[in-house]
Write a protein that binds this ligand. Structure first.
Ligand code: NAD
Length: 470
């Protein structure tokens, strides 16, 4: 066991630890009040500052900020407010007849002191989204946002300091070293969003105190297109989903697996839609973003170089500009299996196209890689859709669309194995930050008392009867 009292954040942690019961015992109305306060801050007070921060950090168009950050958080808050009364009331369950004289229920109680570590690609959404669930469930929270988006992190620290006392919710900014120090503390729950590699570091640290974890990770999310699909509509939706936030989305279509016979038709349709979305020069388009840091720009540029070296075919794009961290929307086909673009999660505006001869081969290709966060299917053939669904595994799936399953609060969101552990959003987010405490209450004489020692012959018979009948 490490010595967590030496962590520079021990004092803050202790304050939250003491305050956790007061926060956890807040009534439904008091929790609503806090959610309303947060809503007011995001929707009104800080809305313009959020837009400006994301423009500075990610060159994010205002409409994208409105939809993928502001609307997403407000949607989370409204959904929590509408459903919280159902989530926090005790959930009565049946009691077996052998326990006659008692009743049982589940009490969703707060986990306690929680840590949220968030990434840079949707800094507000992926920090405040989990925070809404944590607050709804009655926890105290320490947040460590990403150092890659300093303007967003600074503003989040300001918003939280404005709304909460530090013994309730606090933001600690900084790089890996800060995360490392925080991870030494015995949190009751850790909610991490980021890469699978760092997810492993977080899980290892959590194991020291047996803290529960939600790991929202990434990986390569495939898009399967068969020859029955409406190719034009598929291209439109995939071009939007792939190049939104410059491809820097965990559920971004990472690569396309398409029936050979419709490949050319698909690429032509993609060219048409890219032209419609971003004109001939995406660099000058107000609707197209930029790569977050020089490091990520270099990583993606090296993927392009690697593809060129391996004689891949650039169907669209390929232009880059290091000064503005611009990478043109790019579509590449004829990649050799060893190409970096087919190995690592791309997390940028480059779409590899891989063709298949049979659906079985396509499914085998997907299953040869770690289980994805999202798997997209474009098809009009029910049998093909079911075949893919039944013979693959993924965190979530959209059929004849991309990305949008993320936005339905009634669906659990999260990965499986390499793409994540645990689920978030709506009730599933509330559940992640809650302990489902089982409560059994004895009202009258319990028949089980008849079985207490000493174990006479009569009791042996009674035990046998219990096994047989109850
Ligand atoms: P990252 O894993 O590099 O960083 C995430 C957070 O962890 C940051 O706050 C960072 O400071 C911290 N961190 C980095 N290294 C650490 C270490 N060694 N120990 C402790 N903390 C550390 O991820 P990123 O680059 O910010 O985001 C991109 C990744 O996140 C992609 O893989 C993407 O798919 C994934 N992602 C997943 C989701 C989801 O909901 N499943 C959402 C967004 C992004």
């Amino acid at each position: 066991m490490n010595d967590f009292s030496s962590s520079p954040y021990y004092e803050l942690f202790s304050k939250q630890s003491i305050n956790q019961y007061a926060v956890g015992n807040r009534t439904y109305k008091e929790r609503l009040k806090i959610l309303n306060k947060l809503q007011q801050a995001i929707e009104v007070t800080y809305r313009t500052q959020i837009q400006v921060a994301l423009q500075k950090d990610l060159g994010k168009p205002v409409v994208e900020t409105e939809l993928t950050e502001i609307y997403a958080i407000i949607g989370d808050i409204k959904f929590a407010k509408q459903n919280l009364h159902k989530w926090i009331r005790k959930q009565t369950v049946d009691t077996p007849i052998a326990m006659l004289g008692s009743s049982s229920y589940i009490k969703y109680e707060p986990k306690g002191v929680c840590l949220i570590i968030s990434p840079w690609n949707f800094p507000f959404n992926l920090t405040f989204g989990p925070l809404v669930s944590a607050i709804a469930a009655g926890n105290t929270v320490i947040i460590k946002p990403s150092e890659m988006t300093p303007n967003a992190s600074e503003l989040m620290a300001k918003i939280i300091a404005d709304l909460f006392s530090e013994d309730e919710v606090a933001v600690i900014q900084g790089e890996v070293e800060v995360s490392t120090q925080l991870l030494k503390l015995p949190f009751n729950h850790i909610f991490f969003t980021g890469s699978p590699n760092v997810g492993k570091v977080v899980m290892k640290a959590a194991s020291e105190h047996l803290a529960s974890v939600t790991l929202e990770l990434g990986g390569k999310s495939p898009t399967l297109i068969d020859k029955t699909a409406n190719i034009d509509k598929a291209a439109k939706k995939i071009m939007w989903a792939k190049f939104l936030n410059c491809g820097q989305i965990c559920v971004s279509p990472d690569y396309v697996l398409i029936d050979e016979s419709v490949k050319t038709q698909f690429i032509d349709a993609c060219k048409k839609w890219l032209q419609t979305f971003y004109n001939d020069n995406p660099k000058a388009s107000d609707s197209y973003g930029r790569i977050v840091t020089d490091k990520h720009f270099e990583r993606l540029s090296s993927h392009l170089e690697n593809a060129k070296k391996l004689d891949a075919k650039f169907e669209v794009g390929g232009e880059t500009d290091s000064d503005s961290k611009y990478i043109e929307p790019t579509i590449i086909s004829d990649l050799k299996p060893e190409a970096q673009l087919l190995e690592d999660e791309i997390f940028g505006p480059i779409l590899p196209i891989v063709t298949y001869e049979s659906l079985d081969m396509a499914i085998a290709y997907v299953n040869s890689k770690p289980r994805p966060l999202a798997l997209y299917i474009y098809s009009k053939n029910k049998a093909n859709i079911n075949k893919i669904l039944n013979n693959s595994r993924a965190g979530g799936t959209c059929i004849n669309n991309s990305v949008l399953h993320y936005t339905n609060h009634n669906l659990p969101f999260g990965g499986v194995n390499n793409s994540g552990i645990g689920k978030s959003h709506g009730f599933y987010g509330f559940q992640a930050f809650s302990n489902a405490r089982s409560v059994m209450k004895q009202h009258t004489f319990g028949v089980t008392e008849l079985l207490f020692p000493p174990y006479t012959g009569f009791k042996e018979k009674l035990a046998q009867l219990t096994i047989k009948w109850f």
